[in-house]
Write a new protein. Structure first.
Length: 274
């Protein structure tokens, strides 16, 4: 059993990297340095693949501490991640947790031995905050704090390519119900912040599903957040894993397509509104 990695070029400097499972990663390559964004579930030798494929000195940044984004990091000595998500990363890093998550996408995950799974990070977390700007040579990457999905989640603006990497911060089904999420009210502030930056990006890239969304995604999520706060959303009950949650706008659960044709939607808990 071997884990295969692949990539596709998205813009002048951005490559999307695929490994095992549904969460993609990105590599941003400048003239002098690179930046690996996320490490997915941490199965297989991602480091070897990145170094053979891109062949530039690089840093590693993690958008947020969830198991499907952060678990490959023990292949490096130092990684950037917002310190607010460190405990979250540690709490979701067991191999059994990752196997359970992967099972939905990789039916034969049990055939992959434990040795292929990266273990708990023993290196140093460097704080990723809005002052941590990466100049890669011909392309700069600016991180912005975007709390909601987790407390420490960051989006990355790839300035010269006019692209914003949203990660899980704002999606077609933004999840706002786990213990680590912020309230809808705090998330509304984040959406207003992303909206205020809209003249700086023309494309939104994400890490799940189609991995890209139209620019209307932010305004649509904002509209939905306002509806939840006003109590005027569709408020559709749903059970996800052990959570009893609500979907703000009626949609097809398989495709996440909203009945009214718009894209942005929020899944939330009644205890996490204000
Ligand atoms: Zn996440």
């Amino acid at each position: 059993m071997e884990v295969k990695f692949t990539n596709e070029k998205i813009t002048d400097h951005i490559y999307r990297v695929y490994g095992l499972g549904d969460a993609c990663m990105y590599f941003i390559k400048g003239n002098e340095r690179g930046l690996l964004v996320d490490t997915a579930y941490g199965v297989g030798d991602l480091r070897k693949y990145i170094e053979e494929t891109f062949a530039v000195p690089y840093d590693v940044v993690i958008t947020h501490g969830h198991a499907d984004h952060a678990n490959g990091i023990n292949q490096w000595d130092k990684v950037y991640m917002n310190h607010l998500d460190i405990e979250l990363y540690k709490s979701r890093s067991e191999i059994s947790t990752r196997r359970t998550l992967l099972k939905k996408r990789v039916e034969n995950i049990d055939e992959y031995p434990d040795e292929l799974f990266q273990t708990l990070f023993e290196g140093e977390f460097l704080d990723l905050n809005e002052d941590t700007i990466f100049d890669l040579g011909g392309v700069r990457v600016e991180p912005y704090h975007a709390p909601g999905h987790t407390q420490g989640i960051m989006v990355l603006l790839v300035v010269e390519d006019r692209v914003c990497l949203f990660g899980d911060a704002c999606g077609v089904m933004t999840f706002l119900f786990r213990p680590e999420t912020s309230t809808v009210s705090v998330y509304r502030d984040t959406l207003n912040k992303l909206l205020a930056m809209k003249d700086r990006y023309d494309r939104i890239l994400r890490q799940h599903g189609t991995c890209e969304s139209p620019l209307s995604l932010v305004e649509e999520n904002l509209e939905v957040a306002e509806e939840i706060l006003n109590g005027t959303d569709d408020h559709v009950p749903w059970e996800f894993q052990e959570f009893k949650v609500f979907i703000a706008k009626k949609c097809d659960l398989k495709t996440a397509q909203r009945e009214d044709g718009k894209s942005g939607n929020i899944v939330y808990s009644e205890t996490k509104i204000r």
